[in-house]
Design a protein around this ligand. Structure first.
Ligand code: MF3
Ligand code: CO
Ligand code: CO
Length: 303
């Protein structure tokens, strides 16, 4: 464990606290840590409340992640014109029970979330509550599944296109997908957490889209939402990624303004302020010794 007054690992000769000490605002440049450094500092992660997973916990998360991805794939295949989001919810609920799992959203939070999955249509950014509205030609829909299997959480979501979808919606769906996948490719020990937001923000901006800042990704595994928060926008949070970290990346990308408005009546549904469409894709990720592993491997193809 390096001390605040020790010489920084980066070779600058400066004290760690004045150089790459990973507090918000401490440094803005992106310098990967030398391989091996991250293994010295379990204490450091504990201070942030980050739970580095053991091999046994990782195996448990592989299983819950795989199940979440399977439930998501099956539920997405059912989404079509004339189907209600309530029907998708009921189908997903049954798949959880059949596998001996619990849907994490059900009764989660305050006020308790009333359903087993989130279904977010068109201008709904996230946390849409399944209901009796039927899916219509031209809708875009995010389905978000989080299951608890043997005590381990797997959290994943993806978009589905219903019938003929217009160009603006298709664009935001594609940009959000690219944001997720591009940010996953860079994951390995030593890079600062802030690189994720940097990659997502610059790609989305270039494509004329905005990044939602009111909701973030999160550590996951033993609990639904663990530290750290995973920002999808430019930020100075340079906690270095390290093997055993498990977290989600789940960029919410808007065609118009980034601002979200929470529904007054249900206190969950988050919609874009300007009514323009929004899209989101989410994976649960593990940082490995050499890179990363996607713990929720769904197939993009059935889309
Ligand atoms: N699955 C969502 C996430 O990605 C959280 C949903 S909370 C709920 O973090 F209560 F709305 F289900
Ligand atoms: Co999540
Ligand atoms: Co989710």
């Amino acid at each position: 464990m390096i001390g605040r007054n020790d010489t920084c690992w980066c070779g600058s000769g400066n004290k760690w606290k004045k150089c790459h000490f990973p507090d918000i605002g401490a440094q803005k440049t992106v310098t990967p840590m030398p391989y091996g450094f991250e293994k010295l500092s379990d204490q450091y992660y504990k201070r942030y409340g980050i739970i580095l997973k053991t091999q046994e916990q990782i195996q448990g998360m592989r299983e819950s992640g795989k199940l979440a991805a399977q439930i998501l794939d099956a539920t997405c295949k059912m989404a079509a014109i004339g189907i209600t989001t309530q029907q998708l919810n009921d189908f997903a609920y049954k798949l959880h029970l059949k596998a001996g799992a619990i849907p994490a959203p059900l009764h989660y939070g305050e006020p308790p979330f009333p359903k087993s999955i989130c279904t977010s249509v068109n201008d709904v950014i996230c946390h849409g509550i399944p209901n009796n509205r039927t899916l219509l030609d031209g809708d875009i829909l995010n389905i978000d599944v989080t299951c608890i299997l043997n005590g381990y959480y797997g959290d994943t979501s993806r978009m589905v296109l219903i019938g003929n979808v217009d160009e603006e919606k298709r664009h935001v769906v594609d940009v959000a997908y690219e944001c997720l996948m591009r940010s996953i490719t860079i994951l390995r020990p030593g890079i600062p957490l802030s690189d994720i937001g940097q990659v997502i923000h610059s790609y989305a901006e270039n494509e004329g889209c905005s990044v939602v800042t009111q909701f973030v990704g999160h550590g996951v595994g033993i609990q639904f939402h663990e530290p750290p928060q995973v920002y999808h926008y430019r930020n100075p949070s340079n906690i270095p990624l390290t093997p055993g970290m498990t977290f989600t990346i789940e960029p919410m990308i808007n065609a118009g303004v980034k601002e979200a408005v929470i529904d007054d009546a249900d206190q969950w549904t988050a919609r874009t302020k300007d009514g323009k469409p929004s899209a989101q894709w989410e994976h649960t990720l593990l940082i490995t010794e050499t890179g990363h592993e996607i713990l929720t491997p769904w197939n993009k193809e059935p889309l």
